[in-house]
Design a protein around this ligand. Structure first.
Ligand code: NAD
Length: 507
């Protein structure tokens, strides 16, 4: 196929997608074809494997064990056996998690290469993810010795009341492919800080980063059975059902789509597990007339197009007030025109492929739907077959209306739809009309409005005059159909603890 500059944004990088080789890992032992259970590298009992492909080229990266119910049960038993010894350690001893952090930092380049290989995001983004992911281990290694209870003045004379925090027990963790390292460390970090042992289901699309993290856990001296990884693609639902129905597993933490979250919640009902769900978003991104245009454009670029639009906190609906609409649309589209799309290893590439062809089809459907109802494409709008099956042009569409699919469904791709609005009351109503409520963003220089709108948005996280909100020290999570529970911060540890109250009488 020939390069067609007239239909593509400029400066497209094709070399990697056209067969450029993957840079070798400095430490080849980080690339595993087995998975890590009870301190050992193992295959599935059945001997079955599944293939993992590079989303940029479609080429095979390697295989991983296709585990089933029995394999998962064995991993759960390993975590159960490790629990008494691990929970008995002091928080200070468990803060050896710090060693795992150090090893992530030492091996950051190799981890980033693995992330780019199986997820597709550009190396610069992958390196950023490794730093972010490692920070969860650093942060929670510091939290581990500080999980305080309370001393409570009793209302009954002669009683002394206090609380202690205890680990909830064995945890089942399920994470998605869009942050192959960070979604895992954000769960394992607080679980280990609290004294829990875990069985983590690796994402089927990105299991190699998870396996490399397991290797580093081993090197860090995390005791055997404390951290176990189960891998599956075809058997994903079976593994999920095993984790959610096991009476040994006391907690399930899931990050992924709302639909799967609801299924896992139903499956967990019979054993009444403690649950944390970080589910889908459909973030409103609001630009008021009084915003700083450059700041708002920069925020929209970061929030909408990071990881090619495949983050749960990505701006999905960009509402721009009428007075600033044309200026914003022009400045924003100009920036998007200068993106460099290509294979993640290529120098200067800013945006990689989507994860698979289903994602591309969804993005195309949202664009076609908008165009058929009067949306005007300012940039992009097409697939990029010259680069590979999973590439889609970064796209900006103006004159969006509330009837369009993009207004109601999470696109999870590189498409920014610009919706005009007139008043603050109108836009808050539109923003809150979504069933989900994960992140929301707005841009304004009016301090009263900043408080008012931040308080009015029905979301778990608000970015005011910024498009980037993630921080290990800050609680991350949603409301409504975006789920419940918080990750990061001291609240992140509480998700893996129970509060036990002790009353001492007869004083
Ligand atoms: P998904 O729900 O299909 O899959 C997520 C993970 O769950 C994967 O590892 C998958 O293997 C596993 N899974 C799928 N079906 C399962 C089942 N029946 N039992 C057990 N595990 C199962 O989601 P996806 O499309 O891969 O990821 C994108 C979605 O995740 C988006 O909706 C996005 O908003 C959401 N997400 C949310 C957050 C957050 O923090 N709220 C972060 C990242 C992604």
């Amino acid at each position: 196929a020939h390069f067609q500059p007239q239909t593509l944004p400029r400066y497209i990088s094709r070399t990697y997608a056209m067969g450029h080789s993957v840079p070798p890992l400095s430490d080849k032992s980080l690339l595993k074809t087995q998975t890590y259970v009870n301190g050992e590298w193992i295959d599935a009992r059945s001997g079955q494997t599944f293939e993992v492909k590079d989303p940029s080229t479609g080429k095979l990266i390697g295989t991983q064990p296709e585990m089933n119910r029995e394999d998962t049960e064995a991993a759960i038993r390993a975590a159960e056996a490790a629990l008494p010894g691990f929970r008995a350690m002091t928080g200070r001893q468990r803060s050896k998690l710090r060693k795992w952090y150090d090893l992530m930092v030492e091996n950051a380049d190799d981890l980033a290469k693995l992330i780019t290989w199986e997820n597709g995001k550009p190396m610069a983004d992958a390196k950023g993810e490794v730093a972010y992911a490692a920070n969860f281990f650093e942060w929670f290694s510091e939290e581990a010795p500080r999980t305080y209870g309370d001393t409570i003045p009793a209302t009954v004379a002669g009683n002394r009341v206090f609380t202690v925090k205890e680990p909830v027990g064995v945890c089942g963790l399920i994470t998605p492919w869009n942050f192959p390292a960070a979604m895992i460390t954000r769960k394992i970090g607080p679980a280990l800080a609290a004294g829990c042992t875990v069985v983590a289901k690796s994402p089927g699309e990105t299991p190699f980063t998870a396996a490399a993290l397991a290797e580093l856990a081993h090197r860090a001296g995390i005791p055997k059975g404390v951290v176990n990884f189960v891998t599956a693609l075809k058997n994903t639902a079976e593994v999920g059902e095993t984790l959610t129905s096991s009476p040994i597993v006391r907690k399930v933490s899931f990050t992924g789509s709302t639909g799967v979250g609801k299924l896992l919640m139903k499956q967990s009902a019979d054993t009444l597990k403690k649950l944390s769900f970080e589910l889908g978003g459909n973030a409103p991104f609001i630009v008021f007339d009084d915003a700083d245009l450059d700041v708002a454009v920069a925020g929209a670029i970061a929030s909408k197009f990071r990881s090619s639009g495949q983050t749960c906190v990505c701006a999905n609906r960009l509402y721009v007030q009428k007075g600033i609409y044309d200026a914003f649309a022009t400045a924003f589209a100009d920036k998007v025109k200068n993106f460099k799309v290509g294979g993640g290893y290529d120098e200067g590439v800013t945006h990689g492929p989507l994860i698979h062809d289903r994602a591309v089809s969804k993005v195309q459907a949202h664009v076609d739907d908008a165009v058929s109802q009067g949306g005007k494409v300012l940039v992009g709008g097409q697939k990029m077959p010259d680069l590979g099956a999973n590439f889609f042009q970064p796209t900006v569409i103006r004159d969006m209306t509330d009837d369009m699919k993009l207004a109601h469904e999470e696109t999870f791709g590189p498409v920014a739809g610009l919706f005009p609005f007139a008043t603050e009351a109108e836009v808050v109503k539109l923003a809150n009309a979504a069933e989900v409520g994960l992140a929301g963003y707005f841009f304004s220089k009016d301090v009263q409005r900043c408080y008012r709108v931040a308080e009015a948005l029905e979301v778990g996280m608000v970015g005011v005059n910024t498009g980037l909100i993630s921080d290990p020290a800050a609680p991350f999570g949603g409301v409504k159909h975006s789920g419940f529970g918080r990750e990061g911060s001291s609240l992140g540890v509480e998700e893996y603890q129970i509060t036990k109250m002790i009353t001492l009488g007869g004083m």
